[in-house]
Design a binder for this molecule. Structure first.
Ligand code: MGP
Length: 228
């Protein structure tokens, strides 16, 4: 199995492990559960230590604090790296202990970026990049956030090397999720990422790609250069 697919499968299987057990699927009292007594060849003997599953990249969660943001002079001066992880297991233990977008305060920006890439236009890796954005109504972005994280850290994108990270901007009426990429002018790579993101989310919505250069110059007047 290709490494990306294997990691994706591991992430997904751990996600399924979080789902609640359906009581109707439990074995009837008095019946023998074949699954429980027949040893599966892939099953780890209890004596073997559990090996963590390394991700292709290390990733860092960043948090931009809204109360400090209101007072700050320069944008991003309240932005802080929170945690870095590099295994499937560490991802889940962090994810299960951090607030999901629905629970975050209005004004917060929460990021998951490849380690050593700062989520700023000024970062040298981001400087010539851009972003694809999906908007959700307030409180509705949790699934998009999780599936995007899983697709990204599980290396499900053909142009995964192009990806810097993902951000959720929590605002009064909406939550915006954006994937930041490195080379905005590489149209084929951006289109592929946009299309694969929509497939991953099973989304029919048209989404746009904005160059950071345009956002810097035109702010909210920046127009999408690509759409899928
Ligand atoms: P935003 O928070 O991405 O947009 O950028 P939003 O949510 O529409 O605006 P908000 O006012 O509700 O937060 C808002 C502004 O932050 C931009 O217009 C820039 O002035 C600044 N800004 C955003 N980013 C991502 C950067 C950045 O990477 N570098 C710098 N220097 N400023 C940024």
């Amino acid at each position: 199995m290709a490494e990306e697919t294997r990691m994706g499968a591991e992430l997904a299987s751990q996600e399924r492990g979080r789902e609640e057990v359906d009581p109707s699927s439990e074995v009837e009292e008095g019946k023998i559960d074949d699954e429980a007594v027949v040893s599966s060849p892939g099953r780890r003997p209890a004596s073997e230590p559990l090996q963590p599953h390394p991700l292709e990249h290390a990733w860092t969660f960043w948090f931009n604090n809204p109360s400090a943001k209101a007072k700050q002079a320069a944008w991003g001066s309240s932005m802080r790296p929170v945690h870095t992880f590099s295994t499937v297991e560490d991802f889940w233990s962090l994810y299960n202990n951090i607030h999901h977008p629905r629970k975050l305060t209005v004004g917060v920006d929460f990021y998951c970026f490849k380690d050593k890439i700062e989520p700023k236009w000024e970062d040298l890796v981001c400087a010539n990049g851009g972003k694809w954005t999906i908007s959700c109504a307030r409180g509705k972005a949790d699934t998009v956030w999780l599936y995007t994280l899983l697709g990204m850290i599980g290396e499900q994108f053909d142009y995964g090397d192009e990806i810097c990270g993902v951000v959720v901007n929590v605002r009064g009426k909406q939550e915006r999720i954006a994937i930041w990429t490195k080379n905005a002018s590489n149209e084929a790579a951006q289109i592929s990422i946009g299309k694969q993101w929509k497939e991953l989310l099973d989304s029919k919505e048209t989404i746009g790609f904005i160059f950071h250069d345009d956002a810097k110059k035109l702010d909210r007047g920046a127009k999408s250069r690509y759409t899928v």
